[in-house]
Design a protein around this ligand. Structure first.
Ligand SMILES: [Zn+2]
Length: 319
């Protein structure tokens, strides 16, 4: 059940008062504009994180009921936000002979033109290992929370003013098992990659940048790894992030590989197909892939600022 937020209750009360004050004068009102979406808050993000890390989902490992429940949760929220399926269903199965199956949730808000901006985040994690739950709060409940909140607010805005480009949101399964969902997605043709202007990947957004890796962490920093993005576009993106208190830092792909050899992420299959990609991440930390990647170690204020910044950037790219 969804409990109305305090702000929506206040808006309803104010509207009621405005109607009550209207008196008996009869006039022709213009058609009501669609209500603006409720803003992204620390609480709206952390509510998604808390569901995804809950013990019932058992760490969302590929091929488990917990991963399936995470996908169902994403589909429910994207439908509530007004998204529609792209393929025959919103949740598309990914099967592999003799290996655990997974699924991608793929949904869109149609634009007025035929170009596409694609926003993705992986919803799976490592499950239970050696009897210990790996909740994956940062990796990647944080990215899924941002994906859902960015989708909700942009879709709400698009009802009043349609986007020029179709916004496609994808929650990938099986990333931790070797980019299974994203590789299946690019191979499936469910979205014609020639129409994709930008693919934006969200993976680990809830911790201070460079935490545990350097003496000096950057709480308000956020890492960005780009592939084929023009310099002028980056300037605009950095400026948009700054308006939400986020200091973007360009990280070369080689930097990530140096920190964690063999580290892979879902924008790689898109890079291989020639798609322009932006990968946002607050990067690796001491709790990475450990049972201690818990919700209480996330930084809610930074998570909110990053979500608001990414919403501005996605909207900029889609308009
Ligand atoms: Zn991840």
């Amino acid at each position: 059940m969804k409990i109305p937020s305090l702000s929506s209750v206040v808006i309803v009360l104010l509207l009621g008062a405005a109607v009550a004050c209207g008196g008996g004068k009869k006039r022709q009102d213009p058609p009501a504009a669609p209500a603006a979406p409720a803003p992204i808050t620390e609480e709206s993000l952390m509510a998604h994180v808390r569901f995804l890390v809950s013990p019932g989902l058992a760490g969302r490992q590929i091929g488990t009921p917990g991963e399936e429940q995470a996908a169902a949760y994403v589909e429910k929220h994207l439908r509530a936000a007004g998204f529609e399926p792209v393929g025959p269903a919103m949740t598309l199965p990914v099967t592999r002979p003799g290996r655990p199956a997974t699924r991608n949730v793929v949904a869109r808000v149609p634009g007025t033109g035929d170009r596409v901006v694609l926003l993705g985040a992986h919803l799976d994690h490592l499950g239970v290992r050696d009897g210990q739950l790996h909740p994956g709060a940062d990796d990647n409940a944080s990215g899924v929370a941002v994906l859902l909140e960015v989708c909700r607010t942009i879709s709400g805005g698009a009802r009043a003013r349609p986007l020029a480009k179709t916004l496609v949101c994808v929650a990938f399964g099986g990333e931790e098992a070797g980019l299974v969902g994203s590789r299946a997605f690019v191979a499936s043709g469910v979205v014609d990659l020639a129409r994709v202007d930008r693919m934006i990947n969200l993976d680990m957004l809830g911790r201070p940048l460079f935490e545990s890796l350097f003496a000096q962490t950057k709480p308000d920093g956020l890492g960005l790894v780009v592939n084929r993005v023009p310099e002028a576009e980056l300037d605009a993106i950095f400026a948009l992030a700054k308006t939400e208190g986020v200091e973007l830092m360009s990280l070369p792909e080689s930097w990530i590989q140096k920190v964690q050899a063999g580290y892979a992420y879902d924008s790689i299959p898109f890079n291989e197909r020639g798609v322009t990609t932006l990968f946002f991440s607050s990067s690796l930390h001491a709790d990475y892939h450990r049972p201690t990647d818990t919700a209480d170690r996330l930084a809610p204020r930074q998570l909110r600022n990053r979500a608001a910044a990414i919403a501005r950037i996605v909207e900029h790219l889609a308009r």
